[in-house]
Write a protein that binds this ligand. Structure first.
Ligand code: ARG
Length: 581
C-alpha cells in the first residue's frame, strides 16, 4: 500500500465514525512541502454538503483519525487537512523497497488487456518527425502499462493499402532503380513516388495510368499483387531498422490490408442494422440524434448553423475508406483480442475521425474504453513546422543520426580516454535518449520547439542529465573495496536532504499509475528530474563513504535505490543508461 492509499483508508475510517456514513476521502501529494507531504480537502467538501463549519469538522476528523506510526496531521486555511509522514515511516517504506523488484509499484492493470496502436506509418511514404511522437509516446505508454500489470498488445497498423499504390505501381514498372531498391528501399520508394507526382503534374494522362494500376491491384491482378507484396516487404525491412535503433518492438503488424476481406460485409451489417444509410450513392454514418449537436461528431457547425458531417464507409464507386478499415480493426481487437482498452497514439488532426469511429463502435455494440491519445506538432527553432533547409519534411532517421553525432562529439571532448567502440555505443544511448526525453518530458498536446542544444545539455531537463546522474551514483559503488550488499542494509533518516530523497523514492509507486490515467509520460519524466535533483542535494549535504555505520550503509542503500528508480524510470521511457559517459 502506498502512503497515499494508507492515508486515504485511515481518513475514511475517521470520517465514517464522525459523520456516521462512508464518504470519499481523496488524498493527494502536497503541492508545497512546507505544508506537509500529503493533503486532503475532504473536510471542506463534506462540510459544504452538510452545511457545517469546515474547520470544526476538520478538527473532529483529526481528533479521531488514527495516524499512529505513519504521520502527523494539521488543519490549514479554511479546513485543509495536511499530513506529514514521519521519518521513521519513510525509513520503513524505503527499507521494504530494497528487496522489491517492482519498487512498490502496484499491479493496477491486472486482468485487463490494452491494445496500443502507435507509429503506424504509411508504406512508401517516409516516416517523418511527426511519426516520432507517436512512436516514442506509444512505446513508452506500452512499457509503463506492462509494468503496471496490464496485458499489453502493441500493434503497428501501417498504411499498406491506399491510393498511393496506384502511383507506386506505375513508378515501380516504369522508373525503378533496381540497385537502389535493394540498398535503400525506403528512399527509393519515396523517390519513385515523388517522381510520379511530378510526372502527373506535367501530364495528366499519367494519373489515369496510375488509377488503372490501382484498380488492377484491387481486382487481384497477379503482377500488381506481387509488386505490392515486394513493396510492403522492403518497406517493413526499412522501418524495422529504425525501430531497432529506437529499441521499439511490436507484437503485431496488422496493417490496413489485413482487414480488406471484412470491409464489404461490415458495410452491409451497418446498413442492415440502420447505423449507416446510402446518401448520394455513398454509404454514410449520420448523427444518431442521441447527442446534443455540439457533442455529436457527425454534426459540424458552419456559418448557417449545424450541418451533417457523416463518416463515409463506402464511396459511390464502391471504394472503402480509412473509417471503414478502422471499424474493422477495432472489431478485430475487441472480438479477437478481447481488448478492454484501445489507445490510439495519433496526432491531433485526426481527432474528428476518432470521435466518429468511437461513436459508431458504441452504436455497433463494440464496447471498449477507446482513447485517442493525441499530440501536437514539432516546431523548428523558428516556431514553424519543422522542415529541412530544402523545405522537405524532416525525416526521422536524419534526426536520430544527427543526435548521435552530436552526442559523440560531446563525449569525445569530455572523455577522450574512452575507447572508440564503447564511445560509439554511449553516443547512441545518449543521442537517442536525448531525442526521446525531449519528446516525453513535454505535455503531449502542446507543440514543442525542437532544440538540439537544449535536449543534449548535461545540465538541464534532459536525458543526458539523468543518465549522468545515474553514472555518478554507479561510480560510488565502483569505488568500494568490498561489494555492498543492499539486502543487509536498513534505512535511518536524519538529515532533511536524506528525508527528501526517501520521500521521492517512495513516490515512484504513486506517480507511475497517474501516467496512464491521462496518458502523460511527462509526469514520469518530470518526476525523474525531481528525483535526480533531490539526489544531488543529498549528495552535497550528506557524506556517504565517509559516514559511520549504520548511516554509511543506509546512505549507500539510498544511492542504490535512487539509481534503480532512475534506470527503471528511464527504461519505462524507452531510454537506456550507460555505465559511464
Ligand atoms: N497511417 C496513419 C497515418 O499515418 C495512422 C494510423 C493510426 N491508426 C489507426 N488505427 N487509424 O496517419
Amino acid at each position: 500500500m502506498t502512503f497515499q492509499q494508507d492515508l486515504e483508508s485511515r481518513l475514511s475510517a475517521a470520517v465514517a465514525s464522525v459523520i456516521g456514513e462512508s464518504a470519499a476521502t481523496p488524498v493527494t501529494a502536497a503541492t508545497d512541502l512546507r505544508f506537509g507531504d500529503y493533503q486532503s480537502n475532504a473536510a471542506m467538501v463534506l462540510a459544504k454538503q452538510r452545511k457545517t463549519n469546515p474547520r470544526a469538522l476538520a478538527q473532529e476528523i483529526i481528533d479521531r483519525v488514527d495516524l499512529a506510526g505513519l504521520a502527523t496531521a494539521e488543519i490549514a486555511g479554511p479546513g485543509f487537512l495536511n499530513f506529514r509522514i514521519l521519518p521513521g515511516a519513510y525509513a520503513a517504506a524505503v527499507t521494504r523497497l530494497l528487496g522489491d523488484a517492482k519498487l512498490g509499484v502496484p499491479d493496477v492493470g491486472a486482468g485487463r488487456t490494452v491494445v496500443v496502436d502507435f507509429s503506424a506509418p504509411n508504406v512508401a511514404k517516409p516516416m517523418h518527425v511527426g511519426h516520432i511522437r507517436s512512436t516514442i509516446i506509444g512505446d513508452s505508454l506500452s512499457r509503463i502499462a506492462r509494468f503496471l500489470g496490464f496485458n499489453v498488445i502493441t500493434d503497428n497498423h501501417i498504411g499498406d493499402w491506399g491510393t498511393q499504390f496506384g502511383m507506386i505501381l506505375y513508378g515501380w514498372k516504369n522508373l525503378l532503380d533496381n540497385a537502389a531498391i535493394v540498398t535503400d528501399p525506403i528512399a527509393e520508394l519515396l523517390r519513385v513516388y515523388r517522381e510520379v507526382n511530378s510526372l502527373i503534374k506535367a501530364d495528366p494522362t499519367v494519373l489515369d495510368a496510375c488509377k488503372l494500376e490501382l484498380v488492377k491491384l484491387q481486382a487481384g491482378d497477379e503482377q500488381n499483387t506481387s509488386i505490392w507484396h515486394q513493396c510492403i516487404e522492403v518497406s517493413k525491412q526499412g522501418l524495422q531498422k529504425i525501430y531497432d535503433r529506437l529499441d521499439v518492438t511490436f507484437d503485431h503488424w496488422l496493417g490496413e490490408s489485413f482487414y480488406n476481406d471484412r470491409l464489404p460485409g461490415l458495410v452491409e451489417e451497418f446498413v442492415a442494422r440502420d447505423i449507416a444509410r446510402v446518401s448520394d450513392g455513398a454509404t454514410c454514418i449520420f448523427a444518431s440524434g442521441k447527442l446534443p449537436d455540439e457533442q455529436d461528431p457527425f454534426r459540424v457547425h458552419k456559418e448557417d448553423g449545424w450541418t451533417d458531417n457523416p463518416a463515409i464507409i463506402r464511396k459511390a464507386d464502391g471504394g472503402f475508406l480509412y473509417a471503414t478499415t478502422d471499424l474493422a480493426t477495432l472489431e478485430y481487437r475487441t472480438d479477437t483480442w478481447k481488448a478492454d482498452h484501445i489507445w490510439y497514439v495519433v496526432g491531433v488532426p485526426q481527432s474528428l475521425h476518432f470521435r466518429q469511429i468511437f461513436d459508431a463502435a458504441e452504436r455497433w455494440g463494440k464496447h471498449c474504453d477507446y482513447r485517442h491519445v493525441a499530440f501536437g506538432s514539432i516546431l523548428g527553432e523558428d516556431r514553424k513546422l519543422m522542415k529541412t533547409r530544402s523545405g522537405d519534411n524532416v525525416q526521422l532517421i536524419d534526426v536520430l543520426e544527427e543526435a548521435v553525432e552530436r552526442a559523440a562529439k560531446a563525449i569525445a571532448e569530455k572523455n577522450p580516454e574512452i575507447p572508440a567502440d564503447e564511445a560509439a555505443q554511449i553516443a547512441e544511448t545518449v543521442g537517442i535518449g536525448a531525442v526521446k526525453f525531449a519528446e516525453l518530458s513535454q505535455n503531449r498536446l502542446t507543440d514543442y520547439v525542437f532544440s538540439w542544444d537544449r535536449m543534449l545539455a548535461l545540465q538541464g531537463d534532459t536525458a543526458p542529465y539523468l543518465q549522468y546522474s545515474n553514472v555518478r551514483i554507479r561510480s560510488i559503488f565502483r569505488k568500494l573495496e568490498t561489494p555492498f550488499d543492499v539486502a543487509t542494509a536498513s534505512i535511518v533518516l536524519g538529515e532533511e536532504a536524506e528525508i527528501h530523497l526517501a520521500r521521492l523514492i517512495v513516490r515512484f509507486a504513486e506517480v507511475l499509475p497517474t501516467v496512464i490515467d491521462d496518458h502523460r509520460p511527462n509526469l514520469l519524466a518530470n518526476y525523474l528530474l525531481e528525483l535526480a535533483r533531490a539526489f544531488h542535494s543529498f549528495f552535497e549535504a550528506c557524506p556517504v563513504l565517509k559516514a559511520d555505520e549504520p548511516v554509511r550503509s543506509s546512505r549507500l542503500a539510498l544511492c542504490d535505490l535512487t539509481s534503480r528508480v532512475l534506470s527503471t524510470g528511464l527504461g519505462l521511457l524507452g531510454i537506456k543508461v550507460p555505465e559511464r559517459m
